[in-house]
Design a protein around this ligand. Structure first.
Ligand SMILES: Cc1ncc(COP(=O)(O)O)c(C=O)c1O
Length: 497
């Protein structure tokens, strides 16, 4: 109770007392000062300690519950939920708790059995990596640059590569110059460097809900207050975005306008324009994470927000992990000139520079046409998988009680189970049948989303998609059809770690 009696509320403030208290308790949970399953003080004693009406505490607890920070046990009280902390998808995949009876876990490591079909991984399998081409170019760089290839590289990145990227970006109608490009060791580092440059403890960041787990972890590790805005099938709820920008004055808005992770949804052009106009109107920095726009299969509208950015409000992040080789740890940022110095400093204190050797090889890759060949190869493979997935969903999923919509491209498909069902249970049932799916709650910053799950086609061969989707449909049908809703009802929260 001590930690609660130290709370000070400002009775003269314009902000309602229950909102003040909500923010304080919420922050204590995010900071880990009160842990999962901790019982919150009873209403009356807390009200008298803080000198407020009991209705203030009731309203606070109701809001905390609504936002997923606490759960109630009838007759026992209000308890802190297990909210997500700094974890990335792979960590969570490896440590995700399974039912005790599933013997697929080997001390914290997910054993993917030989015959297991994984719709969980969003990373291409290594058989798709252009190893032979890379070997040729690696030798060329070593013959050409000798030891210089192993020296410290300029923090901003190898100049010829930045120059080659300017050319590459013209394909996406993005006009920039080498001075505005910052090479990074993967998009995750890009998010981290941006957060380091702009976010201090207590600053606000707006993200889509659901969103990329690695971004949640990074913003949280900087002590940011995370405000979430629902993403709809045609992009973020722009009205809510405007309201939140006005009310919270965020340091950053982090979004994925094309083939969002995890939903696969893309913003309509109209929404992209609206986001741009909000950025200009409120002078807000928008971070556009473009990790997949190359994979547009059903629409020609994969316009990058950056290509619409006449006011230089967008920090653009590009990863090559999903279309090239994730282990190369290579990506880049396009940075508005006014914030260039801050980013450069943050990058320098992160790792001084991205591997010069990898940058030099990738530079040749872009310049000699091998890149175009490789992208075409990846596009063809993913397009085929995408088409197979689409027709399998039509064949096996369309009669199921699931909510989903087919994206315009990318690698992810997003599903919602009916009310009262839990995707972590589906995960366990599917795993028993050698199918791996990714439960959706890891993508919600505020412990929600038990009913959602994501299927990715990055690591599943076309021939396995049909086998996997057919089996998964049977598992879903059995789960929804057989068990009574009461038995399957989701717990108030789902412990993840
Ligand atoms: C949306 C998004 N951004 C960034 C990343 C990190 O990519 P990288 O491997 O380039 O660090 C991922 C990886 O899955 C992602 O899905």
């Amino acid at each position: 109770m001590k930690i609660f009696s130290d709370i000070v509320l400002d009775k003269k403030s314009q902000q309602h007392l229950y909102m003040q208290l909500f923010n304080k308790i919420r922050q204590m949970i995010i900071d880990g000062k009160i842990k999962a399953n901790y019982k919150l003080p009873a209403i009356r004693p807390l009200a008298s300690k803080l000198g407020v009406n009991t209705s203030t505490i009731v309203n606070t607890y109701a809001l905390l519950e609504k936002e997923g920070f606490v759960y109630k046990k009838i007759g026992s009280g209000t308890f802190v939920s297990a909210i997500l902390t700094h974890k990335n998808e792979d960590d969570i995949l490896q440590k995700y708790p399974l039912d005790e009876d599933i013997k697929l876990m080997d001390r914290g490591q997910m054993q993917i059995k030989k015959n297991m079909i994984s719709f969980a991984s969003a990373t291409p399998t290594s058989d798709l990596f252009p190893v032979e081409d890379f070997k040729i170019l690696l030798n060329e760089v070593l013959d050409r640059d000798k030891g210089a290839a192993f020296g410290y590289q300029e923090s901003q990145g190898y100049y010829p590569l930045r120059d080659a990227l300017v050319n590459y970006l013209k394909t996406y109608e993005i006009e920039t110059n080498p001075e505005n490009i910052q090479i990074i060791s993967g998009a995750q580092q890009g998010i981290d460097v941006i957060a380091k440059a702009f976010i201090d403890h207590g600053d606000t960041v707006i993200v889509e809900s659901p969103t990329y787990t690695g971004a949640i972890g990074t913003f949280r590790s900087r002590g940011a207050k995370i405000i979430t805005i629902p993403i709809l099938t045609d992009g973020i709820d722009v009205d809510r975005l405007e309201e939140c920008i006005k009310n919270y004055k965020p340091k950053l808005v982090y979004i994925m306008p094309n083939f969002q992770n995890p939903t696969g949804y893309s913003y309509s052009l109209e929404k992209k324009m609206k986001v741009m106009s909000l950025a200009e109107k409120y002078n807000t920095l928008i971070v556009e994470d473009d990790y997949l726009s190359d994979l547009s299969f059903c629409s020609s509208d994969n316009t990058a927000l950056k290509s619409l950015d006449s006011s230089n409000s967008i920090i653009y992040i590009k990863s090559f992990s999903k279309i090239f080789m994730p282990g190369l740890r290579l990506g880049f940022l396009i940075i508005p000139p006014k914030i260039h110095q801050k980013i450069l400093e943050a990058k320098h204190t992160s790792d001084i520079s991205t591997s010069g050797l990898n940058q030099r090889v990738f530079d040749l890759y872009l310049r000699n046409g091998m890149w175009k060949k490789h992208i075409k190869y990846m596009e063809d493979i993913y397009r085929e998988r995408f088409e197979v997935m689409k027709s399998c969903l039509e064949k096996y999923f369309s009669t199921l009680q699931l909510n989903y919509s087919i994206p315009q491209g990318g690698l992810h498909f997003w599903f919602e189970l009916p009310d009262g069902y839990d995707a972590t249970k589906l995960y366990s049932q599917a795993a028993k049948n050698n199918i791996l799916i990714l439960p959706g709650n890891i993508f919600f910053p505020l412990a929600k989303g038990n009913r959602f799950f994501r299927l990715s086609i990055a690591a599943v061969k076309s021939k396995d998609i049909e086998i996997g989707i057919k089996k998964l449909a049977e598992v879903i049908e059995k789960m929804i059809g057989k068990d009574s809703k009461k038995e399957q009802k989701a717990d108030a929260y789902t412990p993840l770690l």
